[in-house]
Every structure is written in C-alpha cells, then in structure tokens.
Design a protein around this ligand. Structure first.
Ligand code: HEM
Length: 188
C-alpha cells in the first residue's frame, strides 16, 4: 500500500482520536516503533493490521471507518496531486479518469506496481457505475471518497445502488452526481 494512504491514515486518526491514540493503534497492530512516510510503499498486511487496531480503538465497524477515512482523505490527496488534475475537471471527469490517476501515482513510486482495480463507467448523463475489485477489500472507502470528491467540487453524489460481486472484495456502486449550483431559473 502506498505510503500516502498509510501516513494520511495516521493524520486522520490524530485528528479524530487525538495524537495519543496512534501509540495505541500501532501497538495494537503489533507494529511498535514503525513510522510511515508518504513517499514509500508498505506491505498491505500492515495497513490491514492498522485498520483492525483502529477498529478496536474506536469501536467503529471496519466499513464505517473506511468510509469516513475515504471522505476525509480526498482533501489531502487532491492537494498533493493537484498537478495531475486539470482545472476544468469536476467529480465526473476525475472519477472517469480514476484508473489513470491511481496508475500514475503508483508508478511514480514503483513502475511494477499495479493500481487498485476501480473501473468507472458512465451510464447516463449524470450517472456513473463504479466497479471495484481488490484483494484489500476496501470498497467502503469508495462511498466516502466519492462523497468527499463531490464536496470538494461543490457537487453532490447520491448513492443509487450498491451490491457485492461474486468474488471476495468485489462491489458495484451506482452514483448520481449533481451540481450544488442552481441558476435563478432552477430555483424559480
Ligand atoms: C486525486 C485523487 C486520488 C488520488 C491521488 C488517489 C491515490 C490513491 C493511492 C496512492 C492509493 C494507494 C494504492 C496502492 O497502494 O495500491 C489509493 C487507494 C485507494 N483509492 Fe484512491 N486516490 C484518489 C481518489 C480516489 C477516489 C475518488 C476513489 C473512489 C472512487 C478512490 C478509491 C481508492 C480505494 C478504494 C483505494 C484502496 C485500494 C484498494 O482497495 O486496493 N481514490 N488511492
């Protein structure tokens, strides 16, 4: 797992649980003394152990923690990789280019790295289907990340449907995107 996600997970927990909580989380994960940098790659098992320990520390369900983190982490990610995001993009354009962005970010670190498999397909003018398949089983992060992204662009993302796929770690989501800006004509 890319360090930008792991290190931001620490910052997220610092913000919501207080700076002391990380000591408990890292000890609970059996990773005492370990530090995480945004410029390195780390074993997936460490991220999963940190997640499990954070679930124990917060009492939240894994899926709720992942969704909340997904929403929170969009701000830091968009700031850090702003150069990859054209100024005229909104939620829809960024989501339709998600795979390319993930691949570019990962290959900057390791040319052999393969990006999470998140396929985004346009189904109607403002409707997108997101198909997620990853051994990391982090699909709930998508619910938060799409919401966070829409908030970033001052839009809204309405979840129309969510269903598990046949394989472990496979999920499909259907979102409707709407602009929060109404013209005088729209509001009557
Ligand atoms: C500028 C925007 C974004 C950047 C720079 C970014 C970057 C990253 C990076 C570097 C990782 C770690 C991947 C790895 O180590 O293999 C990651 C993971 C992930 N990202 Fe993004 N991301 C962005 C937006 C999003 C959005 C909008 C979504 C939701 C559709 C999303 C969903 C995920 C998920 C679910 C993972 C976990 C990986 C897995 O399950 O295998 N990301 N992202």
């Amino acid at each position: 797992m890319h360090g930008v996600i792991v290190s931001n997970f620490k910052t997220y927990l610092d913000e919501f649980l207080g700076a002391d909580a990380w000591g408990d989380v890292i000890a609970g994960a059996g990773l005492d003394g370990k530090t995480y940098l945004p410029v390195a790659l780390y074993p997936d098992a460490e991220m999963e152990a940190l997640l499990e320990a954070a679930v124990n520390a917060t009492g939240l369900r894994r899926e709720d923690l992942l969704a909340d983190f997904g929403e929170w982490v969009i701000g830091p990610l968009v700031r850090m990789y702003q150069a990859m995001i054209p100024a005229d993009w909104g939620t829809q354009a960024l989501l339709l280019n998600m795979q390319t962005i993930h691949e570019r970010v990962l290959k900057l670190k390791d040319p052999a790295a393969s990006a999470p498999n998140i396929q985004v397909r346009q189904c109607g003018e403002d409707t997108l289907e997101i198909h997620y398949l990853s051994h990391r089983n982090m699909a709930p992060m998508i619910l938060g990340a799409v919401k966070g992204l829409a908030e970033h662009f001052q839009e809204t993302a309405l979840l129309l449907a969510a269903e598990d796929g046949e394989q472990e770690g496979e999920c499909r989501f259907l979102f409707q995107l709407q602009s929060q800006c109404f013209s005088a004509q729209d509001v009557g």
